[in-house]
Write a protein that binds this ligand. Structure first.
Ligand code: UDP
Length: 435
């Protein structure tokens, strides 16, 4: 979500709308509860803890504190777009201030069950205070929102961002060598890219990497999954599938599981546990498999530099995997497809929307389909032409459907529709705030 708001806020301001992005503050308890909600909306068990009155009290208290801050900047008639469960509880208070409140949910599950019901039961009283809700897929709209105004807006990636921009010849190698992910020398090119503000940037930091021995050579095929350290990203499943590949297929191929440095994402309290579990599994692998797998934590101190590293990884990867158990959209797929990589993904959430199986990528038969992943990897590692064909179709699909220009137009239509319901002078004063 942060990934998309950065460019969209900038473009919106560039279009003459006074749009601001505000970020709420929360306590560790609050983020434990919101992560529980995140799991619940995905239909997953999460930490197994309750979503009852004690949790509601913590959730509401933290958001009440944030609302006090917002009262200073939000005026009646402002459009406020709240994102995800963390901010939903602000909707009633903002509506009382006279704001036009929209709640946008970036996650969801295609199948309802006791867990999703529990998550929506917690959120419903807040979400229904918004005058409009937005979901990524029609299947994600919960029963409480189907009869109320809602729309579907699909996410996007931003082509000039450090994460998606073309990298000058040799920069991919230089960045990966600098980060320590492939073996040097860095070659004649510099590890440079263009920052979000247009100024020149250079990758200086090294990644925090667990592997056996030396880094793989630049020439060695790389299978890559980039994702947060979240159990729903099924790192263990990717490792298990890769371990099934026969040695003669593998040659010198290697697997990179990359994610943000583990202490960097405040609202992701599970990350240390997940990476500890991934490490434990890595240690249990036979030596020959362990040496083919690197666990990479990318530094997050400079988000542009982090984006450039993700960019270099995705451009270098022979195959990109996204083996999520559940997925809201799966930006990592769009990012890799934009770079004309063949993506192998679970058939869940937005991954199914992005990938037309066999054309713009490969979809597994289910989110637990490890043997299907192993088969797809084996086939694609040996089929450079098929990789190129899929990559080319994937790039075209993202260019047509999933870039920020389309997303901006969706927001423009939303603001126009909201403004058209206001009296004339107020319509001209529509300001948008993103939270
Ligand atoms: N990402 C990143 N640095 C990392 C790992 C992930 O910038 O070290 C980005 C990734 O490139 C993508 C986003 O985080 O843009 C993850 O979005 P996605 O929709 O794939 O999954 P989510 O994290 O929202 O569940």
């Amino acid at each position: 979500m942060a990934e998309m708001l950065r460019p969209l806020v900038a473009y919106t301001r560039g279009a003459g709308i006074d749009c601001r992005w505000l970020v709420i503050a929360g306590s560790p308890d609050f983020f434990t509860i919101t992560k529980r909600l995140h799991h619940a909306l995905h239909g997953s068990g999460g930490d197994g803890g309750p979503l009852a009155s004690a949790e509601r009290a913590v959730y509401e208290e933290v958001l009440a504190g944030n609302l006090v801050e917002l009262e200073a900047v939000v005026r009646a008639g402002d459009v406020v777009i709240l994102h995800d469960p963390q901010t939903a509880g602000l909707a009633p208070g903002l509506a009382r201030l006279g704001a036009r409140v929209v709640w946008r949910c970036h996650i969801g599950s295609e199948t309802a069950g006791a867990r999703t019901d529990a998550g929506w039961a917690f959120l419903e009283r807040y979400v229904t205070a918004a005058e409009l809700t937005i979901f990524t897929l029609r299947e994600f709209v919960p029963p409480g929102c189907t009869g109320r105004p809602h729309r579907i807006i699909r996410p996007s990636i931003d082509p000039p961002a450090p994460k998606n921009q073309e990298l000058a010849g040799g920069a991919v190698r230089a960045i990966l060598v600098r980060a320590g992910i492939v073996e040097g020398p860095p070659g004649p090119a510099a590890a440079t890219y263009r920052r979000s503000d247009g100024s020149p940037g250079r990758v200086d930091r090294a990644a925090d990497i667990v592997r056996l021995g030396r880094a793989p050579a630049m020439e060695a095929p790389m299978v890559l999954q980039v994702s947060r350290w979240d159990p729903l990203k099924d790192h263990a499943g990717v490792m298990a599938a890769f371990a099934r590949l026969p040695g003669d297929t593998l040659g010198n191929a290697h697997l990179v599981l990359a994610g943000p440095s583990v202490t960097s994402v405040d609202d992701d309290p599970e990350a240390p546990e997940v990476i500890a579990e991934v490490l434990r599994r890595w240690r249990q692998l036979p030596h020959d498999q362990r040496r083919r797998l690197q666990l990479v934590q990318l530094p997050m101190r400079d988000v542009d530099e982090n984006g450039a590293m993700v960019n270099a990884l995705q451009r270098h990867a022979t195959i990109v995997v996204q083996k999520s158990i559940e997925e809201g959209f799966g930006l990592t797929a769009a990012e890799a497809m934009w770079k004309a990589r063949p993506v192998v993904a679970s058939p869940v959430g937005g991954l199914r929307e992005q990938i037309v199986d066999g054309e713009s990528g490969i979809l597994l038969s289910g989110p637990r389909d490890e043997s299907g992943l192993a088969d797809a990897l084996e086939r694609l590692l040996n089929a450079p032409q098929e990789r190129r064909r899929i990559g080319a179709v994937a790039h075209e699909r993202v260019a047509r459907e999933f870039l920020s220009a389309r997303h901006l137009l969706d927001y423009a239509a939303l603001l126009r529709d909201l403004a058209s319901e206001l009296p004339g002078p107020a319509a001209r004063r529509v300001r948008a705030a993103e939270l």
